[in-house]
Design a protein around this ligand. Structure first.
Ligand SMILES: C[S@@+](CC[C@H](N)C(=O)[O-])C[C@H]1O[C@@H](n2cnc3c(N)ncnc32)[C@H](O)[C@@H]1O
Length: 194
């Protein structure tokens, strides 16, 4: 791992969790490895915060030759992310979008054929993200949603919606971090061990 990336990650891991709500290093490693395993080329993140999770995704995408878009509505965290992603040497892989998801997505028609979408923003909005992002997925595209364990009550409608979807199978991993739900195209289930 390049020194600059390591240094930025270490710096961000020292910050108070309640200021940025970053994923844990363990979840970051898991997501980076999943990006590599699935050979993800196009990734969309909703909820950049200060860019910590983006450093993990972008590291995976460096290995696959892919790229990502990440959306953040909070101006200061957006600016912090810009600085952190640049300092980590990842600006060529990460395109930041300042705005509120999901509405902002229609302004970026290049966000299409997404292989991997990550939801980590306002929990009560996940069902809206789902409806907006499903048409943007590639045939092998998956969605990973964070916080299904820590925010089970506010995410129950979203979890129900994923269970009703035709052509997709949701898998819960409540042991990892704050709980992940991975929505997988059913035809891809045998290829993906999420
Ligand atoms: C849990 S933090 C994201 C943490 C980040 N993924 C990480 O692990 O480093 C959630 C972020 O989503 C942003 N957010 C919440 N709702 C949003 C929305 N609808 N559109 C864009 N950003 C949103 C918040 O401002 C906050 O910075």
């Amino acid at each position: 791992m390049p020194t600059q990336l390591k240094q930025i990650r270490q710096k961000l891991e020292q910050l108070p969790h309640q200021n940025y709500w970053n994923i844990s290093p363990q979840v970051g490693e898991y997501l980076r490895n999943l990006v590599i395993k699935l050979n993800v080329k196009r990734l969309l993140e909703i909820g950049t915060s200060n860019g910590y999770s983006a450093t993990w995704f972008a590291e995976g995408l460096q290995a696959t030759g892919g790229k990502m878009w990440t959306v953040e509505s909070h101006a200061e965290r957006y600016a912090e992310a810009t600085a952190n992603i640049a300092a980590a040497g990842l600006s060529n892989i990460v395109t930041q979008i300042k705005g509120h998801a999901p509405e902002i997505l229609v302004e970026y028609p290049e966000i299409a054929q997404i292989d991997f979408a990550f939801f980590d923003a306002t929990k009560g909005e996940y069902s809206q993200y789902l409806q907006a992002v499903l048409p943007l997925l590639s045939p092998k595209g998956i969605i990973v949603a964070d916080n299904v364990k820590s925010h089970w009550d506010s995410l129950s409608d979203f979890v129900d919606a994923t269970q009703q979807l035709k052509g997709y199978t949701p898998k819960l991993n409540l042991e990892l971090g704050t709980g992940l739900l991975t929505l997988i195209p059913t035809q891809q289930l045998s290829n993906i061990d999420a």
